[in-house]
Design a protein around this ligand. Structure first.
Ligand code: FEO
Ligand code: CA
Ligand code: CA
Length: 677
């Protein structure tokens, strides 16, 4: 019998997982989940109030027009073991990897000896996408929800990954568990004490979703036979979320975590399925060798064996051939309800999702969600809900049921960009026409099969291959959608209109606006990354030392219409000048008197300003704000020798080696005023 029914309460676990349950995890079977909750009342405290944000900015008449201008001077590049932020601002370390969320976790040990139990009850590793959920609309008290994309085994363990000297295989189950628990998502209650933000240890909201946490699946693959495994014979349960990169959030107060490079965690040494070949699931090995521990004497419920998706038994009920089918999705989480389960929203497609951002809300019109597939020559997708937007759903009584309303039923489209500046959203449904005049129904027998091989279906309808789509962001002023194309140095032979540079080492940002129908749009390129001394074909946006950048990745608008661009650069010509960084621009200011939008160019290069530079070795990612924009949170991922001090601007002393810790950084204005203006 399924542990879950289709009624909305199916998302609620009965009991908040006891904080000490990890101690029992390996000696007991799963608890049967019951309905009802004593802790659900906590969520009553949590008014989300997103749509009230406009009360806190300059848009006092809710006209959609704001009058902010950038109020800081662009800073020079930097290459140190410290962060640098614009004059007049502070940058403090908050919630680094291994910071305990619950008392059961030991404090961080600088020698790497924290246990797997510590890790399951502490901040994960390699922070990425993130969002701030206010408690009762507060800008000094909220829930910080943080993605943990992947791990650095050398930093995670005292001496890196342990392997059998003869076979080269992983041989330490405790290490592997720690690695699985360092993945996923953290929810941390944070409060501002007037000087600093701090994690409130043991707050009942604090929780971890890890690479092993049970989750439910919703949409076309809900309870589908394609999800049946030895562990979940009815296909109702998937274990874990992996490689959580960019993020999103919803108007009803939930978090969206996005599964990016999940194929690398699985292996099929037999005959791979078409979707596995298309997405690049390997036939020889897994990224960290978790499957090496299959059959370990301490293994519980095939916790390691499940990463080997080779068909081995007589049917799917005897092996894990379908385990990877539960990965590759947008996953919705309700941080306000610590008893709730995460829900994989399969209707939004199964790719290497980077971010997920919803389009401008219009009462009575469908909701839209945009998501990019971050790999070379992959595509941009749009999901359009069947349900029409009802503003009352901004404050629902059941947030995950509201998620089901808007994210489980609808149509998934993929983008075709045409050279004339228009484009078409091509539906991915059984009756969609392919480029050879057939229909997707000739290849796929159900919507679930299309979702499982989303990229393969998109190939058939003629989508436009892009230069690694990463985060998207929607301008709160006019609804235009921006998406970073981070780079594509393998584009050696053929360009297309939205990806016009061969050997695109520096990346660019594509912008589009929806057309009169659900299937039409217009587009342009907003800015090209480049070194300042690049030739005319390279430095197409006229960047200078004060705003040169490469490999745009993280992207977000704040509530006032300032767009923040974060980089994950590997291009030498810019790297020689500066570490990864964050810049700001107000696209509204690039509209001329006739209403025509301008791209950034040599005439207005100062409109794009460098605000922040990270420490050596890092990428700058993850960005969110308090409702009043006085605190900005961003993440430093995979730094080299950082952080040394809680003041993130303090450089690690020369000659001192620090075990690197990804961390959230809080940026505030020294006078406590709104950031950026
Ligand atoms: Fe995880 Fe595409 O960056
Ligand atoms: Ca990224
Ligand atoms: Ca990246």
């Amino acid at each position: 019998m399924s542990k879950f029914t289709t009624d909305p309460t199916r998302y609620n676990k009965t009991e908040n997982e006891p904080f000490d349950s990890v101690l029992n995890k390996y000696i007991s079977r799963r608890d049967v989940l019951k309905s009802g909750s004593g802790i659900a009342a906590l969520s009553m405290l949590s008014g989300f109030g997103l749509l009230g944000c406009s009360d806190d900015d300059n848009d006092s008449d809710n006209s959609g027009e704001t009058s902010v201008t950038l109020g800081f001077e662009s800073i020079a590049g930097s290459k140190t073991d410290a962060v640098v932020v614009a004059a007049g601002y502070t940058a403090m370390v908050l919630a680094p990897w291994a910071e305990p969320l619950k008392s059961i976790a030991s404090e961080y040990k600088p020698d790497g000896t924290n246990s797997s139990v510590d890790q399951e009850n502490a901040m994960g590793m390699h922070h990425d996408g993130m969002y701030y959920f206010p408690i009762d609309g507060s800008s000094t008290d909220g829930l910080l929800v943080v993605n943990h994309e992947y791990i650095d085994q050398n930093a995670l363990h005292p001496n890196g990954a342990t392997r059998d000297p003869d076979t080269g295989l992983r041989n330490d189950a405790e290490e592997i568990r720690k690695e699985i628990f360092a993945h996923g998502v953290s929810v941390a209650r944070i409060q501002f004490d007037g000087s600093n933000w701090n994690v409130v240890k043991d707050d009942p909201h604090n929780r971890r979703f890890t690479g092993a946490t049970e989750m439910v699946v919703s949409g076309p693959l809900e309870n589908h036979e394609l999800l049946q495994t030895k562990y979940s014979p009815d296909g109702s349960i998937v274990r874990g979320t992996l490689n959580n990169c960019g993020n999103g959030f919803t108007p009803w107060g939930t978090y969206l975590t996005n599964e990016e490079n999940w194929p690398g965690y699985f292996v099929n040494t037999g005959t791979r399925t078409e979707d596995q070949v298309r997405i690049g699931l390997d036939d020889e090995d897994t990224r960290y060798g978790w499957d090496d521990l299959a059959g370990d004497p301490t293994e519980v419920d095939d916790e390691f064996a499940r990463f080997d998706v080779t068909a081995k038994g007589a049917s799917a009920l005897e092996d894990y051939r379908n385990e990877a089918n539960g990965h590759g999705y947008i996953v919705e989480m309700d941080p306000y309800d610590p008893t709730s389960m995460a829900v994989k929203r399969t209707a939004l497609g199964r790719v290497r999702h980077e971010g997920c951002v919803y389009g401008k809300l219009v009462e009575g019109q469908p909701m839209t969600f945009y998501t990019g597939h971050d790999a070379r020559f992959e595509y941009i997708y749009k999901f359009v809900s069947d349900a029409a937007w009802d503003p009352d759903d901004a404050n629902p009584s059941n947030r995950l049921a509201t998620g089901a309303k808007y994210m489980d039923a609808g149509t998934l489209y993929v983008a075709r960009f045409d050279a004339d500046g228009t484009g078409a959203w091509l539906p991915l449904t059984l009756d969609s026409v392919t480029t050879t005049g057939g229909m997707l129904g000739d290849t796929f027998s159900s919507l679930a099969e299309i979702i499982l091989n989303t990229a393969g279906a998109a190939d058939l309808v003629g989508a436009t291959p892009m230069d690694r789509p990463e985060w998207g962001a929607v301008d709160p002023i006019d609804g235009a959608v921006y998406m970073t194309m981070t780079n594509n140095t393998r584009r050696t032979e053929t360009t297309n209109a939205p990806n016009p540079r061969l050997n695109n080492a520096y990346g660019h940002i594509v912008r589009w606006e929806e057309g009169d129908s659900l299937t039409s749009f217009t587009w342009d390129i907003f800015v090209f990354g480049s070194p300042a001394d690049g030739d005319a074909d390279t430095n197409r946006s006229g960047l200078s030392d004060l705003n040169q950048f490469a490999s745009p990745d993280g992207l977000a608008f704040d509530s006032r219409g300032i767009m923040w661009i974060q980089t994950d650069n590997g291009a030498d010509a810019v790297e020689e000048y500066t570490n990864d960084q964050m810049l700001a621009v107000i696209p509204k200011d690039l509209t001329d008197s006739s209403g025509t939008k301008q791209v950034i160019n040599a005439d207005n290069q100062t409109s794009l300003r460098r605000f922040f530079v990270g420490p050596n070795g890092c990428e700058v990612t993850g960005i969110c704000f308090t409702p009043d924009n006085t605190s900005m949170f961003l993440n430093i991922q995979h730094p080299g020798n950082f952080p040394y001090d809680t003041d993130a601007t303090v450089e690690t002393p020369a000659g001192m080696d620090i075990r690197p810790r990804a961390t959230t950084i809080v940026v505030r204005k020294a006078d406590g005023g709104p950031i950026g203006v």
